[in-house]
Design a binder for this molecule. Structure first.
Ligand SMILES: [Fe+2]
Length: 510
């Protein structure tokens, strides 16, 4: 489509515009032609509300352009955008132009409001005579309309193809919840999977803004990932690898020099590459703890379990005999986020409350036989705050915890007292395996049986790659754990390895 017909369509669309749009600034970019397609990183949407959402794209002529700027010129570039109610963009309801700034790696974030609730929309961008692929998104409904959502995490690019993203997209969920390790900071072969690797990271371990931008561009150039983003709005939250393995608040796990600078650069690149609202970027900090409601049916409480935590106890790792992990005043969420969470859980008004967070809440004993070994990077390393969280969930309407990080599917009962098997279950925890991290999966039945015996509150573990598909109604949450038999080649089907239906408390009593 040429500029004239795109804009003509846009003008026609303006006639039906209601409400307002806020954009990153008035258009000031020049219009000299770019050589090539600037939409090599795809499009995305995120954080829907009842009347809007965020639209994202980032211009790059060559994703692997060596400076992290995608071989784009050092000038700003105007980008037109359109939102329509139909796939063919014959009913455009909103459009505009804003400037993709060179200083923001030519990323674009459009925040819309004033749209109709519970309505699917289509969107696309145009720059320099090129039109982007179209994406599909939605506003959230009013009331208790059912919700289909996917949960995913951990997508190491070297470890396998992104078939799981493709399968997830084919299921056309209303929402995708992504719980961290969207990318990994390691240099080529810095962390290899058992099955080897199918492709290579950009050179070097990420340390500078250019490194992180380049790595994001490499990941975003994957067509399966692009398809998953174009299919539905995502709710994203980072874990450790978007910055560095197992960082904690201001502390680098590797003693990286000037870690505050590195973290700020990683956050900035993350923001530039994700469909997040502009208010999330706050100087050198990034706020991803936030709430997204799906009518009165569900409220997602997305947590940040990295930025505000105390350093891991006992030098981190999986260890036995660490008393420090039990200290009353250790925090994972930080005081501010803790208060925010408590207020949100209790004042929610939603029938279901879904905590989207990174690391396992359930106690997980890794030692066979007597004694226990726990991961000090998980909630086991912050046991007192976990006890407070479980107390809070016990007073929350239908809480469910969604988790990433583990590279294995898990289903766990969260008990009011982790150490007492007779203690009541206050919530279920659904841990999504990885999209790609750790490569081709496997199923070690002996190890799984032993792990389940050590952890009787855990009823399912699966070491294969995959994601979770969940369908939520007022009465129950129906969960399918999807797995793929391989990712070292393309084309694996996704199958349902395990199912569970969680009734609401009201339904269980009925
Ligand atoms: Fe991971």
């Amino acid at each position: 489509m040429d500029r004239r017909s795109f804009l003509a369509a846009a003008t026609a669309g303006l006639l039906t515009t209601t409400g307002s749009v806020t954009s990153a600034g008035a258009s000031t970019g020049t219009s000299r032609a770019l050589k090539g397609d600037p939409f090599t990183l795809g499009v995305a949407s995120g954080d829907p509300s009842a009347d809007g959402f965020v639209l994202w794209t980032r211009l790059a002529l060559d994703p692997l352009g060596g400076d992290g700027r995608g071989a784009m010129p050092s000038r700003d570039v105007d980008v037109d955008w359109q939102v329509a109610t139909d796939e063919r963009f014959s009913s455009i309801v909103r459009s505009g132009t804003l400037t993709a700034r060179a200083g923001a790696a030519h990323s674009v974030h459009v925040e819309l409001d004033g749209l109709r609730p519970g309505t699917p929309y289509h969107y696309r961008f145009r720059a320099q005579g090129r039109v982007s692929p179209a994406g599909r998104t939605t506003t959230t409904p009013e009331g208790e309309r059912p919700l289909a959502f996917a949960v995913a995490a951990c997508a190491h690019y070297e470890h396998g193809f992104y078939t799981a993203y493709r399968r997830l997209a084919e299921e056309e969920p209303d929402l995708v919840v992504f719980l961290g390790d969207y990318l990994y900071e390691y240099g080529p072969s810095g962390y290899t999977a058992l099955a080897g690797q199918v492709r290579s990271h950009t050179p070097g371990k990420c340390a500078t803004l250019a490194d992180y931008r380049l790595r994001h561009a490499q990941y975003k150039s994957d067509p399966d990932l692009q398809r998953a983003h174009a299919t539905a709005p995502w709710l994203v939250a980072f874990d450790d690898h978007e910055v560095e393995n197992n960082w904690a608040g201001p502390v680098s796990s590797t003693g990286a020099p000037a870690f505050d600078r590195r973290r700020a650069d990683a956050f900035r690149a993350y923001y530039e590459n994700m469909p997040l609202r502009r208010a999330s970027l706050r100087g050198t900090a990034l706020q991803v703890n936030r709430r997204v409601s799906w009518g009165t049916l569900a409220r997602f409480h997305l947590l940040d379990t990295r930025q505000f935590r105390d350093d891991q106890a006992c030098l981190d790792g999986v260890r036995a005999g660490c008393d420090e992990r039990l200290d009353e005043d250790r925090t994972l969420l930080g005081a501010g986020q803790w208060r925010w969470l408590e207020e949100g859980l209790h004042g929610s008004g939603a029938r279901w409350n879904l905590l989207g967070q990174q690391i396992m809440v359930a106690h997980r004993d890794y030692r066979r036989g007597p004694g226990r070994e726990v991961s000090l990077d998980s909630w086991d390393g912050y046991a007192a705050e976990r006890a407070r969280l479980l107390g809070s969930l016990a007073a929350t309407s239908n809480p469910v915890v969604l988790t990433g990080d583990a590279h294995m599917h898990h289903l766990a009962d969260l008990k009011a007292d982790t150490d007492d098997p007779d203690s009541p279950v206050v919530a279920r925890e659904l841990v999504a395996s990885s999209i790609a991290s750790d490569g081709d999966g496997y199923r070690d039945r002996t190890w799984i049986a032993e792990s389940l015996a050590e952890n009787p509150h855990i009823s399912y573990i699966d070491q294969r790659r995959g994601y979770i598909m969940a369908r939520l109604t007022r009465d129950d949450l129906s969960v399918a754990y999807r797995t793929l038999d391989y990712i070292s080649r393309r084309g694996a089907p996704a199958r349902t390895a395990h199912r569970v239906t969680i009734p609401s408390a009201e339904q269980a009593r009925a």
